[in-house]
Design a protein around this ligand. Structure first.
Ligand code: PGA
Length: 257
C-alpha cells in the first residue's frame, strides 16, 4: 500500500516570526497523525527555523525549489546540497515556476536528477492550463510533462518519488477539480505514462498527489479515489485548519490511528 503524503506549499508567505508562531500552533496536531507523511515547505528563509521546531516530530521539511548545479556563479540560487542540509524533500516544477520563471520540463528534469542524487524526495509538479483543458489536451500535456520531467531515471528512482497533479486552473482559484476527473488523469495519464516507460510495478508504486484548491472540506473525496495518494496544498496550508485537512485525509484512507 502506498503511504499517503500531504504537503504544505506555503509559496511566498510568512516571515520567520509568522512561521514560528504558525508551526508552534500546528505541530502537535500534525505529529499525532503519524499514519501519513506530512511535509511543510516554507520559503527558504524560514527553513532553518522551522527545522528546529520540527526536529522531534517526524514531520518532514521541504524546499519549494532548487537549482541543479552543486555550486558556482548562480546569483540568487540554492543548490541541492544546501537544501539537503536542512530538508528531506523539495517541490520541483510547480506551475508558478513554469509560468513566471521559465522552468521547462528539461530544467525540471535536471533538478529531479540532482535531488535524487542528494537523497532528497522530489515532489514533481505537472498539470494543464485552463486553455489546454478546454481544448481537450490534458492527457497529451500531462503525459508529455511526466515523460520530460522523469526522463533518464531508473524505475527504482521513479517508484520512490512523488508526482503532484495540479491542474493550473484549479490552483488558488477555489475551483478544485472533481475527484473523478483528477483521479482519471492520475490513474490513466500519469500512471499510464509511467507504466509505459518504467513498467506496471513502478506505476503502482509511485505516489501521486492532487493539488488545486484542496480544503479540509473536500480532501476526503479526493483521498477516497484509489489513485490519489495525497495532496499538495497551497492556500489551505497557511491556516491552522491544515491539521484538520491532514486528519480528514488520513481518515479517508483508513490510516488515522
Ligand atoms: P492551492 O495551491 O491549494 O492554493 O490551490 C496549490 C499549489 O499551488 O500547490
Amino acid at each position: 500500500m502506498r503511504r499517503p503524503i500531504l504537503a504544505a506549499n506555503w509559496k511566498m508567505n510568512k516571515t520567520n516570526a509568522e512561521a514560528i508562531e504558525f508551526v508552534r500552533s500546528i505541530r502537535r496536531g500534525l505529529t499525532e497523525i503519524a499514519g501519513v507523511d506530512r511535509v511543510l515547505c516554507p520559503p527558504f528563509t524560514a527553513l532553518a527555523m522551522v527545522r528546529e521546531l520540527l526536529l522531534p516530530t517526524g514531520i518532514l521539511l521541504g524546499a519549494q525549489n532548487m537549482h541543479w548545479e552543486e555550486k558556482g556563479a548562480y546569483t540568487g540560487e540554492v543548490s541541492p546540497g544546501m537544501v539537503k542540509e536542512l530538508c528531506q524533500a523539495v517541490i520541483l516544477g510547480h506551475s508558478e515556476r513554469r509560468t513566471y520563471f521559465g522552468e521547462t520540463d528539461e530544467k525540471i528534469n535536471r533538478k529531479v536528477v540532482a535531488a535524487l542524487a542528494h537523497g532528497l524526495l522530489p515532489i514533481v509538479c505537472v498539470g494543464e492550463t485552463e486553455a489546454q483543458y478546454d481544448a481537450g489536451q490534458t492527457a497529451q500535456v500531462v503525459g508529455s510533462q511526466v515523460r520530460g520531467c522523469l526522463a533518464g531515471l531508473s524505475a527504482e528512482q521513479v517508484a520512490g518519488l512523488v508526482v503532484a497533479y495540479e491542474p493550473v486552473w484549479a490552483i488558488g482559484t477555489g475551483k478544485a477539480a472533481t475527484p473523478g476527473g483528477a483521479g482519471a488523469v492520475i490513474g490513466l495519464t500519469i500512471r499510464g505514462a509511467i507504466a509505459e516507460l518504467y513498467g506496471e510495478g513502478t506505476a503502482l508504486a509511485v505516489r501521486v498527489q492532487y493539488g488545486g484548491s484542496a480544503t479540509p472540506a473536500n480532501i476526503a473525496e479526493f483521498m477516497a479515489h484509489p489513485d490519489v495518494d495525497g495532496a499538495l496544498v497551497g492556500g489551505a496550508s497557511l491556516k491552522p485548519d491544515f491539521v484538520e485537512l491532514v486528519r480528514n485525509a488520513a481518515e479517508a484512507k483508513g490510516v488515522l490511528e
